[in-house]
Design a protein. Structure first.
Length: 336
């Protein structure tokens, strides 16, 4: 049994392990090539987060999905580069919106060079992804365009907040479907589609990716509260400090509104205060770490991971399917 990163994914089949490792190595080379520029500063900024590492979760899903067709088909690796470049671009933009100082254990691009450079670098990465995408055919362009529209829509919905009368948790799950689920769904879709897999398989892996992506983000929500900076690659409570709604906070507010317990109401009031104050921030973080709302958020993660697992039922039993099941387990494990 060998281990493939990310998540310490165990692969028992040597041929599958070799394909995945070779594919991810080729994606890494493709990412470095795609972020080169004749202008040294642009290249430095474009490769800043790339060189900081990352899980390569989306390329891994592309490689595993491609196992249901021809994993060596020429479009598989470029499509994985496209989804990872798109993901990287969103990180540059997200950090500007969230005023984040740290990403992947290094200073964020906006902290290092300012907001304008960070936004433009994200745009540069989107442009490079589009350049590669153009060679993959009009269907790939359409799929990516639809996903990008959903991604941006999710970000707008998050920024605008739920409309009057809308359940905040339902609204948030819609946000996650757009912001995270859409691109993870494309990872599954591209891997299957580029490998020439049957259309039924393409649909299954698209649905799987959507649910797994939501579970992945819910796990990140839990990690924002429960982790240290070594685990998450960013400062704990970053989303909390910036007032970004996450599932633990939404579950707390739901509980406070439903039960009216004094300690829950008090914690909500602390959340609504100035969390730029380090002492106040530390108190809120400590109290959320032992609050039932955090366990509820973990349960939400498990639910979506289990839904992702259930979508795999129509696929033939094979090592690749087993690895996809393991990804569900790994996402749950991240949430503790």
């Amino acid at each position: 049994m060998t281990v493939v990163e990310p998540f310490g994914l165990s692969v028992r089949d040597q041929a599958l392990e070799a394909d995945v490792q070779a594919g991810l190595a080729a994606v890494e080379e493709g990412l470095l090539e795609a972020t080169k520029s004749e202008v040294p500063f642009i290249q430095e900024a474009a490769q800043h987060l790339l060189r900081a590492g990352g899980k390569r979760f989306r390329p891994l899903l592309v490689m595993l999905a491609a196992q249901f067709g021809d994993p060596h088909a020429p479009g598989v690796v470029p499509s994985a580069v496209v989804v990872e470049l798109t993901h990287l671009a969103t990180l540059y933009h997200d950090d500007v919106m969230d005023e984040a100082d740290v990403r992947r254990g290094v200073p964020s691009a906006n902290a290092r060079w300012g907001n304008s450079i960070a936004v433009l670098t994200g745009d540069f990465l989107f442009a490079r992804a589009s350049h590669i995408l153009a060679d993959l055919g009009p269907e790939a362009v359409r799929v990516q365009a639809e996903a990008f529209e959903r991604l941006v829509t999710g970000q707008i919905l998050e920024t605008a907040g739920p409309r009057d009368g809308r359940d905040p948790i339902e609204h948030y799950l819609d946000v996650l479907g757009g912001k995270t689920g859409s691109l993870v769904a494309v990872s599954g879709r591209f891997g299957a589609m580029m490998s020439g897999a049957d259309e039924t398989v393409v649909d299954v892996l698209t649905q799987y990716g959507e649910r797994l992506g939501i579970a992945f983000q819910l796990a990140d929500d839990v990690l924002d509260i429960s982790s240290d900076s070594h685990e998450s690659g960013k400062t704990p409570g970053t989303d909390l400090r910036e007032g970004v709604p996450t599932m633990p906070v939404l579950r707390l507010r739901e509980r406070a509104a439903r039960l009216g317990a004094a300690e829950d109401v008090e914690l909500c009031e602390l959340l609504d205060g100035d969390l730029s104050d380090d002492e106040r921030h530390a108190e809120v973080l400590a109290r959320l770490r032992v609050h039932p709302a955090l366990d509820q958020a973990r349960q939400d993660t498990v639910r979506y991971a289990e839904e992702a697992r259930a979508t795999l039922a129509p696929l033939p039993d094979c090592e690749a399917k087993g690895a996809l099941v393991q990804l569900c387990d790994a996402v749950v494990h991240r949430a503790g």
